[in-house]
Design a protein around this ligand. Sequence first.
Ligand code: MG
Length: 109
Amino acid sequence: MDLDEYQRGALRTAASRDKRNELLHLVLGLAGEAGEVAEKFKKWVRDLDSDESRIDRPGIAKELGDVLWYVAVLADYLDLSLDDIATANLVKLAGRQSRGVLGGSGDDR
Ligand SMILES: [Mg+2]
């Protein structure tokens, strides 16, 4: 499955763009799902002494899927292709790597 195909699939379960406050719903949903990923790791640290053999991979995979859904639908709301976003990200990171600035800071380095 390519990312635009995924994005089209995600849209089948998304609300209409015309729904009141839909953009805000998507932004907050993305932040919330990212928080759910972090929560899984918080419990791993708190309860499992950060034992990597006991990471809840199935649970984290589900939450990462929720993050992906919100990324895909938010991107569509803004008329952005998920495939284009992914490609541009790889190009950006490869450029940083080739210039030796992967580990620095600043969005436009
Ligand atoms: Mg979730």
